[in-house]
Ligand binder design. Structure first.
Ligand code: PA5
Length: 471
């Protein structure tokens, strides 16, 4: 079982000097790689980067499995209330490793496993439509927030609590599990005060690096995902991405290639899986790459405004939507494909011998076609001087998915050093959060509200309304 990283089309000999990376640039980067690696490992040694060791936390994983068993015995529905890093990993892995029909079929057809819903928004229609499907008596909410104060998650918790007690005087506490910081925040306070079952997100592990903690592992285990296989996959990737030889470390190498291509104008990084099951993974990565690398301040405090813009697309679907732009539009993109060597199932094309437009497909399989289309797109992009690289997974299994997630986390951490920014913080989202608290009347935010009003006053209002009514 091998996970391959093919970067042929990132290089100057494939896409030209202007867009491509040269061997000399890689040689120079190899030296820098050793320095960065030493720094990262020193930080890991000091316990500053605990996410590296999460796949080896056997005791924690055992606890998660035992709690999941209890949930599975008692409930038919598990609902994640959380957002960003508290939701995206779960969505990505669920769609990769459980069939897309998991929630749609009767309990017997999914082996008695609970349905899993991840509600990562405060759109009231969306929230209501999902709750409409659920019997409160049979529903367990996993409220997930590292900080314990995220407004979306807090409001979902309050709405869900009201929904649980609307039709009976049931003890709502039995329908919640809180997953949060071991010591701080209002969710922790709530867990302690109301004796609600809780799990800990290890200290020092921020939202988008929590995929191997109960944040994702608990809901996924409840829905029947093989979380042991997943973490074993991650653990098996560790030695391959924790050494300083650039050319044999796929995480560091891809970080370097992405960084060098960014310097040549490829400010948009497209991730394009050729697998519906892996599309969610590209959503997860979009957050990881954007929040980790998009920064105003460099590590030395200077203003830098850097960061590649991650975009995701699905092969082959988006060949008929986005690829025209990638092929002929501005030279501001690079594409990372994810392909699968062996699909779980396949279809063989039947004969239709008297129509040439169909006949050439006879005897071929659908997996052959999706693979041919990806290789064709990659080659055509390269010919048009568009850099692209490909991760080839042996299959879509817990092991492969766990391994790729781990690799991409290490890649992101390493890229932080290349871009000279802190990949573990997200100060840019704080201002919007404070204004939201101010607008929602939170105590202590009166000054922020004034600031908001002043800002509004400064901006001349230019808005236009037109009537929309049935004719
Ligand atoms: O990666 C991150 O840190 C963020 O995306 C958070 O996960 C997100 O903002 C939600 O935060 P919290 O888990 O504190 O509710």
């Amino acid at each position: 079982m091998e996970l391959e990283f093919d970067y042929s089309h990132m290089m100057a000999d494939a896409v030209g000097q202007e867009q491509g990376v040269s061997n000399v640039e890689l040689e120079v980067a190899a030296d820098r790689c050793k320095e960065i690696h030493a720094r990262i490992m020193a930080r890991r040694g000091r316990g500053e980067l605990p996410f590296f060791d999460l796949p080896f936390a056997e005791e924690e994983i055992g606890k998660t499995l035992r709690l999941a068993e209890r949930v599975k015995q008692r409930f038919e529905n598990v609902v994640v209330l959380g957002i960003g890093g508290s939701a995206l990993g779960t969505k990505a892995i669920m769609s990769a490793l459980r069939p897309s029909w998991h929630n749609m079929v009767a309990s017997e057809q999914r082996g008695g496993l609970p349905r899993l819903f991840v509600l990562d928004n405060v759109d009231p229609d969306y929230f209501a439509e999902n709750l409409d499907l659920l019997d409160p008596e049979q529903t367990c909410f996993l409220v997930i927030s590292k900080s314990g104060s995220t407004v979306e998650t807090a409001s979902q918790f309050l709405a869900a609590r009201a929904w649980l007690v609307a039709d009976s005087d049931r003890d709502y506490r039995e329908h919640f599990i809180l997953i949060t910081d071991p010591e701080q925040g209002s969710l922790r306070e709530l867990a302690d005060r109301e004796q609600i079952v809780s799990c800990e997100i290890p200290a020092g592990v921020g939202g988008r690096f929590t995929v191997f903690t109960p944040v994702s592992l608990l809901p996924l285990a409840c829905a029947g995902v093989d979380i042991v296989g997943l973490v074993k996959g991650a653990a098996s990737m560790m030695p391959h991405v924790c050494h300083d030889d650039l050319l044999t470390n796929p995480a560091y190498l891809n970080a370097v290639l992405q960084y060098l291509a960014y310097g040549k104008g490829a400010s948009i990084s497209v991730m394009m899986p050729y697998s519906n099951r892996l599309f969610g993974l590209s959503d997860w990565f979009r957050q990881l790459w954007a929040e980790s690398l998009g920064k105003k301040y460099a590590l030395d405090g200077s203003v830098c405004h850097v960061g590649p813009t991650p975009v995701n697309a699905l092969g082959t679907t988006d060949q008929h939507s986005q690829v025209q732009l990638y092929m002929e539009g501005p030279f501001d993109k690079l594409v990372t494909f994810i392909t699968v060597r062996r699909f779980e199932r396949d279809f063989s094309m039947g004969a239709y011998s008297d129509m040439p437009a169909l006949q050439y497909l006879e005897g071929h399989t659908m997996s052959e076609l999706i693979s041919a289309e990806q290789r064709a797109t990659a080659a055509a992009l390269a010919r048009n001087r568009r850099p692209n690289a490909t991760f080839v997974l042996p299959d879509v299994s817990p092991t492969s998915v766990g391994a790729l997630l781990y690799l991409l986390q290490v890649q992101t951490l390493f890229a932080g050093d290349l871009f000279e920014v802190n990949p573990l913080d997200q100060p840019g989202v704080e201002e919007g959060k404070s204004f939201t608290y101010a607008l929602m009347g939170r105590d202590g935010y009166a000054e922020k509200k004034k600031e908001f009003d002043q800002l509004q006053e400064k901006v001349p209002c230019r808005s236009l309304s037109v009537a929309v009514s049935p004719s």
